[in-house]
Design a protein. Structure first.
Length: 203
């Protein structure tokens, strides 16, 4: 996510964003993600925001690396004990580096045309059988919300297809709707996958 207007919104409202409580579904999604990992796993939180999710993973004994293009968020994440730095999906490189990659409502800020390449980079960066979590708002097209953030909307079916084409296997999906920073209520899905297809068909 490198859209300047979106980053500026987060810089201006970093404290409000950090003050948003994690929902029961989000906490359950973190628990499920961690259950897919070995002890003391190496995790990349791609778009870590203020580090609320990553801090939970750190407290569970994992080695968590966070990247985010918003400077205020990186500062907040560092204060929560997360090994965070400025970065975006374009900076995800390397092969078989992480036991898990966590992308909670961050990939949705990338341009639609960039999604296949970003997903491919994440799959390459995962160790064989590594865990992948993606939270996305559901829909189609690209737009800005009422506070100016750029969104790329995808359907669950579309994301399943993108991951399947990259050799990943979806193992669990939850759907719901809730209001975020802008106050707009929107539908979403929370998807857990693994980086190979050796264990059978998608969930």
């Amino acid at each position: 996510m490198t859209d300047r207007k979106t980053i500026d919104v987060y810089e201006a409202q970093a404290q409000r964003y950090a003050d948003l409580a994690l929902s029961k579904m989000q906490i359950a999604a973190i628990d499920r993600f961690l259950s897919m990992l070995p002890a003391r796993a190496t995790i990349l939180d791609a778009g870590c925001g203020p580090g609320l999710h990553a801090a939970i993973m750190v407290s569970a004994g994992h080695d968590v690396h966070g990247i985010d293009p918003t400077e205020a968020f990186v500062t907040d994440a560092l204060s929560r004990g997360v090994n965070a730095r400025l970065g975006s999906f374009d900076d995800i490189t390397g092969t078989a580096l992480y036991d898990g990659i966590y992308a909670s409502f961050s990939l949705l800020h990338a341009p639609r045309a960039a999604l296949p390449d970003h997903l491919a980079a994440m799959i390459r960066a995962l160790k064989p059988g590594g865990a992948l979590f993606i939270g996305m708002k559901t829909g189609s097209g690209e737009d800005r919300d009422t506070i100016g953030r750029r969104y790329t909307y995808v359907t669950e079916f579309e994301m399943r297809g993108l991951l399947r084409d990259l050799g990943a296997r979806v193992v669990h999906v939850e759907t719901g709707e809730e209001a975020g920073l802008s106050g707009e209520v929107a539908p979403f899905f929370l998807m857990h996958a693994t980086s190979n297809t050796s264990e059978g068909p998608d969930a």
